[in-house]
Design a protein around this ligand. Sequence first.
Ligand code: ZN
Length: 170
Amino acid sequence: MALREIVTVPNDVLRRKAHKITTFDKDLQKIVDDMIETMREAPGVGLAAPQIGLSERLIVVEYEEDDQIEDSPKKLYVVANPEIIKVSEDTELGIEGCLSVPALVGEVERNLEIVVRGQNRRGQPVKIKADGWLARIFQHEIDHLDGVLYTDRAIRVWKPSPEEEALIAD
Ligand code: ZN
């Protein structure tokens, strides 16, 4: 595994529509491992391939099952070609940040519950039901694959206090 450099705005790759993944070969496994390592090192709760300069439809998400409990187990998701196939009508405002948009956070409205369809790192179909914080992370990461940044959707963006920095989504 190797750490990759995280690209930041205004790098063009963050604004491109990423390519569909069609080959689940050794090279892809290496990219997935590098993305996981880079996300953990950052640290972040999610990372999309364009954030390491690769215009590919691939995301990794690692989420603490219960962020109210210390050392709650973390669940790792690797999704290629993720698509949101269902959203709840209910939405929620929440604070997000992004490793590719340093030193800012913003308040973004997201769907409370979603269903994501895609493929795992071996190319097998997966379906994930997510709500709350996890649903927010998936919506943020999948946006990256279409060249959309949370700052495009935010109702306001500001420089966070140290307490707010602890809340940064990815
Ligand atoms: Zn981001």
